[in-house]
Write a protein that binds this ligand. Structure first.
Ligand SMILES: C[S@@+](CC[C@H](N)C(=O)[O-])C[C@H]1O[C@@H](n2cnc3c(N)ncnc32)[C@H](O)[C@@H]1O
Length: 186
């Protein structure tokens, strides 16, 4: 997971401006590669990862051992539906290949909105969406069927992000690869 998603994550992250002192949360952090990448940059900030899978939490902690010891990174076992942080905590909340599995998309995004600071930014980066490329679309629709999750079009991203209370919504597509990135502001 950490290796196969790296170029997607780098492309997606290139759409936001990071500062060294940012407080960042990665939701559904999986193997912890994106937490690690953020921690390399946010040397004067903090990077948190949450994941509801104990196995992902364990791997994330191993991958980020050095940064955890330095007090830059913290990984917690938690669902996106009940994020264990106070309101207005984060400058950036990210979800890489994660939103497909969230049980109640708009409410879970409202929970992310709650923990973002005013003007904080949500970054969603995904390999599968309702893209125009018919060949890629067929492949991702098959994944979605197997994984029992829903895909969305760029217009539907704008709609669910706006329903969750976000503004300044920008959606970027990498049409040749079938990748999508959405950025939205609290
Ligand atoms: C496809 S993996 C992506 C992992 C990582 N973000 C990456 O890009 O490599 C999705 C992750 O989301 C986590 N996840 C799924 N549903 C979740 C939920 N409701 N709350 C928190 N984490 C969840 C899974 O345990 C898994 O680690």
């Amino acid at each position: 997971m950490n290796v196969s998603h790296a170029s997607l994550a780098e492309w997606g992250s290139s759409h936001i401006k990071l500062r060294k002192d940012m407080i960042i949360l990665d939701v559904g952090c999986g193997g912890g590669a994106n937490v690690n990448r953020f921690a390399q940059f946010a040397s004067d900030g903090r990077v948190f990862g949450i994941d509801y899978s104990p196995t992902s939490v364990k791997v994330s902690k191993e991958v980020n051992k050095k940064y955890i010891e330095e007090g830059i990174v913290e990984i917690r076992e938690s669902s996106v539906s009940y994020i264990p942080f106070e309101d207005n905590t984060f400058d950036v909340v990210s979800g890489f290949e994660a939103y497909y599995f969230w049980p109640d998309l708009v409410n879970d995004l409202k929970e992310i909105h709650r923990v973002l600071k005013i003007n904080g930014v949500l970054l969603l980066v995904n390999e599968g969406y309702k893209c125009e490329n018919k060949e890629i679309r067929k492949i991702v629709e098959n994944w979605a069927k197997l994984g029992n999750f829903k895909l969305h079009s760029p217009e539907e991203y704008r709609d669910f992000l706006s329903k969750a209370g976000f503004s300044e919504i920008e959606v970027y597509e990498q049409k040749e690869k079938g990748w999508i990135t959405a950025i939205a502001t609290k």
